[in-house]
Design a protein around this ligand. Structure first.
Ligand code: NDP
Length: 306
């Protein structure tokens, strides 16, 4: 069977650039939205050119030009969107409503993967802590539009992106591991799930021609990476042969200092929102569906910082 043609939107982004790489690596004819809005952002332009040199097709198009979105979507079978959704960078999730409309009008797309790649919004919609819960509300607005338009979809729940969570030893506001002390959330024993960025992209692209993931959620739960904060810290301490001083941060103190991004850390590390449910019949688990993927463990990931 011929591989589906894929359009990646947000292709120069943190996850987007890996999705482009994974799509090319898995042999999909790969198209990348090239927004004129990026102007003279030389780093984005360089990335786009590097995609082209690796065989991707650059497609002009903008969220400010609806027709250009429809035209771009008509070129492909599958659309994967990785538009920004992290408050500390920027949050543009609702822009995807224009894309949903364009996909509906084009009428040819057999799968749409909206920008998800985190906690499963449907599971935490009622319980997630403010102010970060807005990201889940917005992602659910997009899901509702997709489902009402009858567009075939897959939602990817990628849990904690390793660069943010593992790099900072699960401390909010840090993305490099400390070598002296570490702030521990509560008792530090709540389990979370860490996934390397390249693995998120690999699993995501694997779903697009797979009927088992049609209109379902893919949960990426690599079993070796379901760890507590204390376990992540222990792996790091072993790698650097040094024990860190532990400073405990209670739920109450963390809640009192709440910022947008911090509320995600609270839900994950104090409330255990990623691991307090069984996947059941509503979704599929990535490492079980695709056992051939040799995923990166937290220990392997942490070695890059030594
Ligand atoms: P980025 O901040 O890297 O942005 C991705 C792309 O969004 C940009 O490269 C750009 O695409 C596009 N974009 C940004 N602003 C606009 C705009 N105004 N109009 C049109 N396009 C725009 O995103 P991330 O890769 O960090 O996030 C992608 C997804 O992953 C989000 O849904 C986010 O919530 C999730 N995520 C989850 C994490 C976790 O720990 N679970 C961590 C990080 C992200 P272009 O290439 O066209 O310029």
């Amino acid at each position: 069977m011929a591989k589906s043609k894929v359009l990646i939107i947000g292709g120069t982004g943190y996850l987007g650039r890996r999705l482009v790489k994974a799509s090319l690596a898995q042999g999909h004819p790969t198209f990348v939205l090239n927004r004129p809005d990026i102007g003279v952002d030389i780093e984005k332009v360089e990335l786009l050119i590097s995609f082209k040199m690796q065989g991707a097709h650059l497609v002009p198009g903008s969220f400010n030009d609806y027709k250009s979105l429809v035209d771009a979507v008509k070129l492909v079978d599958v659309v994967v969107c990785a538009i920004s959704g992290v408050h500390i960078r920027s949050h543009n999730i609702l822009l995807q409503l224009k894309l949903v409309q364009a996909i509906k009008e084009a009428g040819n797309v057999k799968r749409f993967l909206p920008s998800e790649f985190g906690t499963d919004a449907a599971r935490v919609l009622e319980t997630a802590t403010a102010p970060g819960n807005v990201v889940f509300k917005d992602k659910m607005v997009v899901r509702k539009a997709i489902e009402e338009a009858g567009i075939p979809y897959t939602y990817v729940s990628a849990n904690c992106v390793a660069g943010y969570f593992v790099g900072g030893l699960c401390q909010f506001g840090k993305i490099l591991p400390s070598t002296d002390s570490v702030v521990i959330h509560g008792d530090g024993n709540t389990k979370a799930i860490y996934v390397a960025e390249d693995d998120i992209a690999t699993y995501t692209i694997k779903t697009i021609d797979d009927e088992r993931t049609l209109n379902r959620t893919l949960y990426i739960r690599p079993p070796k990476n379901v760890l507590s904060q204390r376990q992540v810290v222990q792996i790091w301490e072993k790698l650097i042969s040094k024990e860190l001083q532990k400073i405990t941060l209670s739920k109450e103190d963390f809640l009192a200092s709440m910022k947008v991004g911090a509320s995600h850390y609270y839900d994950v590390l104090h409330e255990g929102c990623l691991t307090n449910f069984e996947i059941g019949n509503e979704g599929e688990e990535a490492s079980q569906l695709y056992p051939e993927v040799d995923y990166i463990t937290v220990e392997e990931y942490l070695k890059r910082y030594v």
